[in-house]
Design a protein around this ligand. Sequence first.
Ligand code: ZN
Length: 335
Amino acid sequence: MTALTRVRNWLAAKRRFEFVATVAMVVALTAVGGALVLLPKSALHVRPVPATADAAVPSAPADPQLPELRRAMESYAPVVTRQVCAADGRLSVVLGHPYQRDDVDALAGDVGAAVAAVTQLWGTDWARDAVIAVASDPAEFAALTHDTGEVSDQIAAASVSDPFVPPAQPTGQRIVFSAAAGRRLGPEGLRETLRHELTHVAARAVTVDGSPQWVLEGFAEYSAHRGSGRTFAQLAPTLTAKARTGALPADLPADDAFVPTPGNDAELAYEQGWSANAYVAARFGEPKLVELYRHLATGPQDASALDTALHSTLGIGHTDFVARWRDWIKARASA
Ligand SMILES: [Zn+2]
């Protein structure tokens, strides 16, 4: 049994903003994780409406994974919870431990705007709420994300969902931050990472494992940085530096370029993925970008499938797309 985990890493801080990148991977469920997601819903109870909720707004039922998630976290340390009730009654929840109160509060403060921003881009066909956990250490992070392997200390956050078969709605979706995320990312990085992972959550129901990374991660990056006010060079410094020397991408980045291994410039792949999505949004509009995601997130794409999807969505084929994307990078990098 597997669950899809999408991970947002941080790379070495080379500049003012610590750069964060993402990689998707499929991981096996641990025994703890399996127990966490396999509990029948009938065995779970719904958390009461929070005292902070507007009494005039009927609250939606809380996510049924919460009691078991809380119990799992309590096996590591006492748990603090912030519940955020949106104007429409949808309830988001942030869980952490007392010594992470600042991160819990920051995420609780950001989640309403993050849900609104992701909904503005993606549309309303998702849960429009979030379950967010801040882990106390790598072992807890691994348990909460079902990761059976060694958890890299380079991982800032991950989103995970219960196994499901599209087009069913995914359940048990949550975003897990590492213990060091707040300290290492800073407020802006934390906010963008939340939006990145929340974008994966929103799009999960139409996302098939094995879809191109430049689509999945590039779209999440576009969503994370959307409206940040930061420049092209700030958001894609490596891509910009190379473009200024005349080195433009020959093609869209391959999936293995996104793996953050020594000698692999994953940072560049993420910037390229972001830029391909940003180019589509800038030249064709965000509705077309979302339409393209829906066409290409249907599993592995061979050359002809990619060509067909680009043609049907944007009216141009693969070769033309890459040529225009390169020109756009060149123009933005030299601006
Ligand atoms: Zn991601």
